[in-house]
Design a protein around this ligand. Structure first.
Ligand SMILES: Cc1cc2nc3c(=O)[nH]c(=O)nc-3n(C[C@H](O)[C@H](O)[C@H](O)COP(=O)(O)OP(=O)(O)OC[C@H]3O[C@@H](n4cnc5c(N)ncnc54)[C@H](O)[C@@H]3O)c2cc1C
Length: 303
């Protein structure tokens, strides 16, 4: 049993998602923020450090952007950007403009590598669904013999009534004990691991270019995402901010750059970060109707 399963595409949000025991919560406030709870997971930026980001990352992205509009060779543009002949503020301004326009290839030239540890297999299964611009390596359950495999307990179960929580914990313990007995009896680890639950913790290394990282963050920082993976991307955003507040500022729920929410499960706008697309289109239809009644036209005239 999973306390708050990753919701299938477009399915309605559960009545209660506040991480507390069972009780229904009003669906009119900002959804529960897993960031307030210590889930025992970590995300560490392994590469680059602040010095490399400061010296090369923004100039490199700037060079990719500027090459499109310049007669200069890329190496000359890069040299000017690195030694400050091009004002860093102007570099950031061009990058923001290009990224806002959706010209994403310019930010594929820089990568970030994260060490991710203590996340559940429930999370890692979701994470590795991302294919474009991202590479993973994950701790093997074949080659690692787990003496004391640790597990993740969802907040809803940790705070559930004693009897239910006790059964959950006993179930995990029995599975891990059985794993130990199977290995002890000579069953290979690759077969003994079949008893491991989704709650089993795991470690990964993830390298992603900035475009893919923004895309993943857009999906996974969204309040429709499952709580554990949302927490992971909050940690990732924190790490990127620490080396570059400018680049970190691009990591946001997808509704922020879009300006509206496109999640079918949020038609009731229980998540208030941005209005739902239906509301925006409804307001536009209303504005058009009022303009027509007043004898004005809001239609865009082809220039
Ligand atoms: C809230 C939420 C609920 C989800 N529910 C489910 C679920 O119920 N069941 C389920 O199976 N999955 C589910 N997923 C996973 C989801 O369907 C995607 O597989 C996952 O988010 C990876 O994202 P992506 O497809 O954008 O892939 P990425 O690899 O991150 O790709 C980035 C972008 O590259 C482009 N791209 C990548 N590969 C191709 C390709 N082969 N062809 C064309 N364009 C491509 C697309 O534009 C894509 O958006 C869910 C995800 C979220 C965030």
């Amino acid at each position: 049993m999973t306390a708050e399963p990753n919701r299938p595409h477009g399915s309605p949000a559960p009545a209660a998602s506040d991480g507390s025991a069972g009780g229904a919560r009003e669906r009119t406030s900002i959804p529960w923020n897993p960031g307030r709870h210590d889930l025992g997971m970590r995300a560490t930026l392994l590469f680059p450090d602040r010095e490399i980001v400061d010296r090369y990352y923004v100039p490199l992205i700037y060079t990719a952007c500027r090459t499109c509009y310049s007669e200069l060779d890329p190496d000359e543009i890069m040299a000017r950007a690195v030694d400050g002949r091009v004002d860093p503020a102007k570099q950031r301004e061009l990058i923001s403009r290009v990224v806002d326009s959706g010209h994403g290839s310019t930010i594929e030239h820089v990568v970030f590598t994260f060490g991710i540890s203590g996340v559940s297999r429930t999370l890692s299964h979701q994470l590795v669904r991302h294919r474009a611009g991202v590479a993973f390596d994950q701790q093997s359950q074949r080659y690692v013999k787990f003496k004391g495999a640790s597990t993740m307990t969802p907040g809803t179960i940790a705070e559930a009534d004693d009897e239910l929580r006790g059964r959950f914990e006993a179930h995990l313990r029995d599975g891990l004990d059985l794993y130990g007995e199977l290995v002890e009896a000579g069953i290979p680890g690759e077969d003994a691991r079949f008893v491991f639950p989704n709650a089993t913790r795991t470690n990964l290394v993830m390298t992603t270019n900035l475009r893919a990282l923004i895309h993943m963050s857009g999906l996974r920082l969204c309040t429709m995402a499952q709580w554990e993976i949302r927490r992971l991307f909050q940690l990732i955003r924190h790490e990127v901010f620490a080396v570059s507040p400018f680049l970190g500022s691009f990591l946001a729920p997808k509704c922020v750059p879009l300006g509206y929410c496109d999640e079918a499960a949020n038609r009731d706008e229980h998540c208030p970060i941005r209005p739902h697309r239906d509301t925006v289109l409804g307001a536009w239809a209303e504005k058009t109707r009022a303009a027509r009644e007043a004898g004005r036209s809001l239609e865009v005239v082809d220039g």
